[in-house]
Design a protein around this ligand. Structure first.
Ligand code: NDP
Ligand SMILES: O=C1O[C@H](COP(=O)(O)O)[C@@H](O)[C@H](O)[C@H]1O
Length: 492
């Protein structure tokens, strides 16, 4: 991999300490980073280089999985860091930043490869990109890349505006939009799990699949981010990005190889075939909910409306469920059910593919009571179960389609990919635009209160109204308890 400079805007923030430093350190410890690696950390707070290295060390102590690597690893990692205090809106400050980057490039004798990571509030994305260009930071003799965090826009119009502004400073192929769900190992393995198991592969056709369910439930609430969440809700926080990404990843035609262009094109095919819903009919396909007080393992949770910085009459959705149709040859007439929510009874991200009974199986007395199904658990544990004729067979899921089996963390994988210029698991603008296009009428229907806001007690599976979505097609959500395997056998 090319040596490079990692320029981190927002280095004093929450994401940096909890996710980015641990991911970089883990990569460094596994010798996955270039030997000569320079990190320029940016924030407004005043730190000397040594103070900041100490700050990183403390963050690693709290958030990294392990820091007791080979002697000297931590100190040599910390020595990669320099801190520069910059208000990102201050044009003059970028001159000093450029000098510092160049000084380090000379010291380490590394090419002018620069990765700019924007771990700052989205309102700064364009400002920073523009100043990188104007200040000459982006005039490198090597490559330049811009990694940006979510959210990309607040709705379709704001996303388009942001995209147009950003395009003036960086080319699309230089922009790496993070969706950390795409970095999850099981999400990257979906196709190899299906293709490498003949029993699943044989079931993977439109005549056998009855419906697909995608669930991301969380026990946590809004974790002190009430002000952000009030403007987002589950629809923007999870559905428009992570849930639609899971939908694309499971429903796309499997790419022949691991090429970013092919993967992105195939994912876009899914969104293009997604049947649009108008805001008038949103209530038929979407259920929104908000949690009230409830208990989870003897802990009492306050209602959403009592969270700090949340309106007492808030109509924000903390739960969304949807029924979607993909009108293409592979998936026509097969419903996709998606649900995501906060303060539910389990932390679980999973995809369940339910199969139709084989012709002649139904009513023959020996048929299974529950339909056959493939259950792909993405988080917190990564496991694949095939429920087949009342047996539960655990499938091996280590058939990884890439050489990074050892990298278990989404940020580790995505940072490494960005450094080596692999955009396969990043979100292309076209995906962002298509996903906002589908979601936009739903946002409007929510804003106009065209859908009831159902309540659900914290610590439960969400509002009962979500059952109407599946029930209309004669299906039912798989309950988590029912998903627990009864008998496990190794297939191979
Ligand atoms: N935290 C998380 O778990 C997640 C965050 N994200 C996204 O990551 C990004 C960062 O989030 P998070 O770390 O939580 O945010 P924080 O509010 O914790 O940190 C914001 C950072 O931006 C810096 N900053 C703010 N204003 C300026 C300014 N004018 N000039 C220079 N620096 C400035 C702050 O520096 P200082 O404090 O020194 O002023 C700080 O380092 C956001 O886009 C967020 O949506 C995405 C997914 C999860
Ligand atoms: O992006 C986000 O994701 C997390 C959930 O991520 P996971 O990896 O733990 O499933 C969610 O809590 C947060 O609200 C959202 O912004």
């Amino acid at each position: 991999m090319d040596s490079a400079t990692f320029i981190l805007f927002g280095a004093t923030g929450d994401l940096a300490k909890r996710k980015l430093f641990p991911a970089l350190f883990s990569l460094y410890s596994k010798r996955r980073l270039p030997d000569a690696f320079s990190v320029i950390a940016l924030g407004r707070k005043g730190f000397t280089a040594l103070d900041f290295q100490d700050y990183v060390a403390r963050a690693l102590h709290t958030y990294a999985k392990q820091t007791d690597e080979a002697p000297g690893t931590l100190s040599s990692f910390l020595a990669c860091f320099r801190y520069y205090s910059l208000d990102v809106t201050d044009t003059a400050g970028y001159e000093g930043l450029l000098r510092l980057i160049q000084e380090r490039e000379r010291e380490l004798d590394i090419p002018e490869n620069r990765l700019f990571y924007l771990s700052v509030a989205p309102e700064f994305f364009h400002d920073i990109a523009y100043r990188i260009k104007e200040s000459g930071l982006g005039d490198t003799k090597g490559w330049k890349r811009l990694v940006i965090e979510k959210p990309f826009g607040h709705d379709l119009q704001s996303a388009i505006e942001l995209h147009e502004k950003m395009s003036g400073s960086f080319e699309e192929h230089e922009i790496y939009r993070i969706d950390h769900y795409l970095g999850k190992p099981m999400v990257q393995k979906l196709h190899s799990v299906i293709a490498s198991h003949p029993q699943i592969d044989a079931l993977w056709n439109r005549n056998r699949i009855s419906n697909v369910q995608i669930t991301a439930s969380e026990i946590v609430g809004v974790e002190g981010r009430g002000d952000y969440y009030e403007g987002a809700g589950a629809i923007r926080d999870m559905f428009q990005n992570h849930m639609l990404q899971l939908l694309m990843m499971i429903a796309m035609r499997f790419p022949a190889g691991r090429s970013a262009d092919e993967t992105i094109a195939r994912k876009c095919e899914v969104l293009q075939a997604l049947r649009p819903i108008s805001k008038a009919e949103a209530a038929l396909h979407i259920v929104r909910g908000q949690y009230t007080a409830g208990t989870y393992e003897n802990i009492t949770f306050a209602p959403y409306r009592d969270e700090p910085r949340v309106q007492t009459d808030s109509m924000t959705d903390t739960f969304v469920a949807a029924r979607l149709w993909i009108d293409n040859e592979q998936w026509s007439n097969i419903p996709f059910y998606i649900r995501t929510g906060k303060r539910m009874k389990e932390k679980l991200t999973a995809i369940t593919v339910e199969f139709e009974p084989k012709q002649g199986e139904c009513g023959d007395g020996g048929s299974s009571a529950a339909p056959d199904r493939l259950e792909i658990r993405i988080n917190p544990d990564e496991r694949v179960f095939l429920h087949y004729k009342d047996r539960v067979i655990e499938q091996k899921a280590d058939a990884v389609a890439r050489s990074d089996g050892a990298l278990s963390d989404a940020y580790e994988r995505l940072l490494l990919d960005a450094l080596r210029g692999d955009a396969t698991y990043f979100t292309h603008w076209e995906e962002v635009e298509l996903s906002w296009k589908w979601v936009q009428p739903v946002l409007e229907a929510f804003a106009e209160n065209r859908l009831p806001l159902h309540t659900y007690p914290a610590g439960t599976s969400g509002p009962a109204a979500a059952n109407t979505l599946t029930g209309k097609q004669g299906h039912a959500w798989w309950l988590y308890e029912e998903m627990a395997p009864r008998k496990i056998e190794e297939l191979i």
